[in-house]
Design a protein around this ligand. Structure first.
Ligand SMILES: Nc1ncnc2c1ncn2[C@@H]1O[C@H](COP(=O)(O)OP(=O)(O)OP(=O)(O)O)[C@@H](O)[C@H]1O
Ligand SMILES: [Mg+2]
Length: 556
C-alpha cells in the first residue's frame, strides 16, 4: 500500500513536472511567436501571409496596410490582396499562377522574382511598389513581401530626365554653333550679292525685263537676309543691348500690336505681375519672344480661343534646381503664354526648338520662331518650360533671371521712347497682301484710321472719295495699274501739302524712272512696326507746324 502510494506520488510529481514543462514550453512558444509578430510588425517592408487554399490571411503587418493604402479588410484575403496589387485581370491571373504552381526556387531565384506594380494612391498619386511572392507549399502558405519604391522611382525618373535635358541642351548648342557659323558666312556672301545687285539695279540702260529680274533677285536676297538674321539670333551671334526692363511695361507696350497680330477671333487675357522684379534683357528681343509665342498660339487656334499672358515673380530654390539641368538658384520673372489650341503630340513637343522644324504648310512657317525664342532666352540664362496637352492647349513658361544688382550707369540711360500713334486718317496703298496687312495692323493698332487700297487705281479712287478726311498717304512705289509716284502726283494736284511717305523694298537710288525719291519721304521694306509708326508720326507732326496751317489732330 505504502509502495503504491509512493508510486502515485512519484507519478503525480512527474505529471506536475511535465505540466510545468509544458507550460514553460507554451510560454516560450508564445513569447517566440509574440517576438516574431513584433519583428514582423515593425518591418519597414510590407508583409502578408495567406493560406494557399481558401486564401485566408494569417498575418498582415501594419506597413502592408499602409503601402496598399486601403483598410485592412480590403486586403484580408489572397484574392482581395491580389486585386489591389494587380487591377488588371490578366496580370492578376499570371501572378496567381506563379504563386500556385511554384517552381522550386533557390534564394537566388527569389531575388530575381521581384516585380514592380503601380497602385493608385489615396490622393490620386502613383505609388510604385516592388513585390515578391514566396510560396511555401509545404506549409500551404504564400508570403508576400513588398516595398514602396516611389521615391527611388522618382529619383531614377529625375536623373533620366536630367540626362535627356543635358543631351537636348548639347544638341541645341551644337545646332546653334553650326547654324551660327553657316549664317555668318552666308551673311557675308549675301552682303556681296545685295551690294552688287543694288549697283546693277541703279545702272542706266536696263530694260524692263532686266529690271524685273534684278528686282526679284533682290527680293529673294532680302528674304534670305531676314532668315540669316533669325538664324544669327538663334545662335546668339547678334549684337544686343541688354537693359534693366520692367516686363509689365514691355508687355503692355506690345498689347495693341499683339491684338492686331492674333486677330479678333482670339481673346487676349493679360495679367501683369505686381511688384515684378526687373530683368536684364534687350527689349526688342523680349518683344520678339512674345510675338513668336503669340503667333504660334494663334496658329494653334484656327477656330478661336484664348491666349493668356501672365507675369509673376518666382524664386527657384535648390530643390527645384536639382531637378533641372543648368538652372541656377535665385529670383526669376516668369512670362507665361498659354493657349487653348490644338496642343502637341509628344513627338512634336520634343522637336519644337529645332531650327526649321515646322508642322505648318510650306510657306506658312519657317520653323525658326521657337528656335529664335530658345536662342534669346538661353543667352540671358533663362529657361523655357513647355506643357502641352493634345486637343487642350499649350503653355510656354519663360523664366528670366531677375536683375538683383543695383542700378548701373547704363541702365539709367533713358530707354528709347515707344512710338506714338495718333487719330489721323491715312491712305494706305500696297499691293503685297502681307505687307498691306502688317501696315494696316500697325497703324490701326496705334489708333489711326486707315483707308486701304491694293493698287494704284484703287488708291486714287479712295482718295477722291475721302479727300477732305485724309491727312497722310503711305504709298508703295511699285504697284499694279498705277505706281506710287503717279498716285502721289494726283494727290498733290488736289492737296499739294499732303504728306506722302513712300515705301519700297529698294533703296531710293534704285527706284525705277523719274526723279529719285527723297530719303526723308521713303521707308524701306521690310520695315519694323516701330519704325513705320515713328516715321508716320514725324511726318504728321512736321505738317502740323507747317506754315500753311494744314492742321493734323494733336498726337496722343
Ligand atoms: N502654341 C502652340 N500650339 C501647338 N503647336 C505649337 C505651338 N507652338 C509651336 N508649335 C509647334 O511647333 C512648331 C515649331 O514652331 P516654330 O515657331 O519654331 O515654327 P513655325 O511656327 O512652324 O514657323 P515660324 O515661327 O518660323 O513661322 C510649329 O510648327 C508647331 O507644330
Ligand atoms: Mg512660329
Amino acid at each position: 500500500m505504502i509502495e503504491r502510494t509512493a508510486e502515485l506520488a512519484a507519478a503525480n510529481e512527474q505529471l506536475i513536472q511535465e505540466m510545468d514543462e509544458r507550460q514553460r514550453v507554451e510560454e516560450t512558444l508564445r513569447e517566440r511567436s509574440e517576438f516574431i509578430e513584433q519583428v514582423i510588425d515593425h518591418l519597414p517592408s510590407g508583409l502578408a501571409v495567406f493560406r494557399l487554399s481558401g486564401g485566408e490571411a494569417l498575418h498582415i503587418n501594419p506597413r502592408a496596410v499602409e503601402i496598399c493604402g486601403v483598410e485592412r479588410s480590403a486586403i484580408s484575403t489572397l484574392s482581395l490582396f491580389l486585386e489591389r496589387l494587380y487591377p488588371n485581370e490578366n496580370d492578376r491571373r499570371k501572378a496567381l499562377e506563379k504563386i500556385q504552381a511554384p517552381v522550386v526556387q533557390s534564394a537566388r531565384s527569389f531575388s530575381n522574382g521581384w516585380s514592380n506594380v503601380v497602385l493608385a494612391g489615396r490622393e490620386g498619386d502613383d505609388v510604385h511598389v516592388s513585390v515578391l511572392h514566396v510560396p511555401v507549399p509545404s506549409q500551404g502558405l504564400v508570403i508576400s513581401v513588398f516595398n514602396d519604391v516611389t521615391r527611388q522611382h522618382e529619383a531614377e525618373e529625375n536623373s533620366r530626365k536630367l540626362e535627356a535635358q543635358l543631351r537636348q541642351a548639347q544638341k541645341m548648342e551644337a545646332v546653334g554653333q553650326l547654324a551660327g557659323g553657316v549664317a555668318h558666312d552666308f551673311n557675308n556672301l549675301l552682303q556681296i550679292i545685295i551690294g552688287h545687285l543694288s549697283l546693277l539695279m541703279s545702272a542706266s540702260g536696263l530694260n524692263d525685263g532686266m529690271q524685273r529680274r534684278l528686282r526679284q533677285m533682290r527680293e529673294a536676297s532680302d528674304r534670305a537676309a531676314v532668315l540669316v538674321r533669325q538664324l544669327l539670333t538663334f545662335s546668339r551671334n547678334m549684337p544686343v543691348r541688354p537693359r534693366r526692363l520692367d516686363l509689365n511695361d514691355v508687355v503692355t507696350g506690345l498689347l495693341k500690336m499683339l491684338r492686331r497680330l492674333i486677330g479678333e477671333h482670339i481673346e487676349l487675357d493679360v495679367r501683369c505681375g505686381s511688384d515684378l522684379r526687373p530683368v536684364l534683357a534687350d527689349r526688342g528681343e523680349i518683344e520678339q519672344v512674345l510675338m513668336n509665342l503669340c503667333v504660334n498660339a494663334r496658329d494653334a487656334m484656327a477656330d478661336g480661343g484664348t491666349i493668356s499672358i501672365n507675369l509673376r515673380n518666382v524664386y527657384l530654390d535648390r530643390d527645384y534646381c536639382s531637378r533641372y539641368a543648368d538652372v541656377a538658384e535665385g529670383y526669376y520673372v516668369i512670362i507665361s503664354v498659354a493657349d487653348t489650341g490644338t496642343g502637341m503630340t509628344p513627338e512634336v513637343r520634343e522637336r519644337i526648338f529645332e531650327p526649321f522644324f515646322t508642322t505648318k504648310e510650306v510657306g506658312k512657317g519657317t520653323g525658326l520662331g521657337l528656335a529664335t525664342v530658345y536662342g534669346i532666352v538661353k543667352r540671358i540664362n533663362g529657361q523655357i518650360r513647355v506643357y502641352s496637352e493634345l486637343g487642350k492647349g499649350s503653355v510656354f513658361h519663360i523664366y528670366l533671371p531677375a536683375d538683383v544688382t543695383g542700378f548701373d550707369a547704363e541702365s539709367e540711360e533713358p530707354a528709347p521712347a515707344p512710338a506714338r500713334g495718333g487719330h489721323e486718317t491715312i491712305l494706305l496703298a500696297e499691293d503685297e497682301a502681307l505687307v498691306r496687312e502688317l501696315a494696316t495692323e500697325t497703324l490701326t493698332g496705334a489708333g489711326y484710321r486707315v483707308l486701304v487700297a491694293a493698287d494704284g487705281d484703287e488708291a486714287v479712287h479712295l482718295f477722291k472719295q475721302n479727300a477732305s478726311q485724309i491727312q497722310m498717304a503711305l504709298l508703295d512705289v511699285v504697284m499694279p495699274k498705277r505706281s506710287g509716284r503717279a498716285v502721289a502726283q494726283i494727290i498733290h494736284e488736289l492737296r499739294p501739302d499732303l504728306p506722302v511717305l513712300f515705301c519700297s523694298g529698294y533703296t531710293s537710288g534704285a527706284l525705277s524712272g523719274g526723279q529719285p525719291i527723297d530719303d526723308r519721304d521713303l521707308i524701306l521694306k521690310p520695315f519694323v512696326p516701330l519704325e513705320l509708326l515713328t516715321r508716320i508720326r514725324e511726318m504728321l507732326d512736321q505738317k502740323q507746324v507747317a506754315p500753311d496751317g494744314c492742321m493734323a489732330e494733336a498726337p496722343r
